[in-house]
Design a protein around this ligand. Structure first.
Ligand code: DQA
Length: 155
């Protein structure tokens, strides 16, 4: 097996209330727990020589700091900012620090829901967005990053 030094590094960030997946509005967010999503991403990453680190916080500043840390040492970022998607200039500004591909993921289709969810503060700072595909969205985001990181482009 290739040594870890050759692995690409992907950070996965989950925003507020996503720690409650499985219990939280299952008709919208499904029954899969965050732990199951993260474990699956880490296993899929290992098969692609990608080291996947996962972090969830209910606090905006914690997410900003993790994004800042990513500026030094990450090759790609997947972020579901949850409710901060619609409010956080601080998370958007932190993402603009990065010169790596960033995929914004939402479990639900934010454009089919309440009007206040239709605007993402994050989208303009992301390489791409996946919305409405449930946990599969994270898996597709990892596949997308695998391709983008190999191209060595943040666009
Ligand atoms: C979400 C959509 C947001 O509007 C909401 O606040 C969330 C989850 C999603 O994954 O569908 O917490 O980001």
């Amino acid at each position: 097996m290739a040594p870890m030094a050759e692995h690409k590094k992907v950070q996965v960030l989950h925003g507020p209330n996503l720690n409650m997946l499985g219990k939280r509005e299952p008709a919208i967010y499904g029954m899969e727990t965050l732990e199951a999503i993260d474990t699956d991403l880490q296993q899929r990453g290992a098969n692609m020589a990608i080291a996947v680190s996962c972090f969830q916080s209910n606090h905006e500043g914690d997410l900003v700091e993790k994004i800042q840390d990513c500026a030094d040492g990450c090759d790609g970022l997947i972020i579901n900012p949850a409710a901060f998607t619609h409010t956080s200039i601080a998370i958007r500004d932190a993402l603009l620090l990065l010169a790596i591909p960033v995929i914004e993921v939402h479990l639900s289709n934010i454009y089919k829901r309440e009007a206040f969810r239709h605007h993402s503060m994050i989208a303009g700072a992301a390489t791409g967005q996946i919305t409405g595909l449930g946990p599969m969205g994270y898996r597709l985001a990892l596949d997308a990053l695998a391709g983008l990181m190999n191209k060595k482009t943040g666009t």
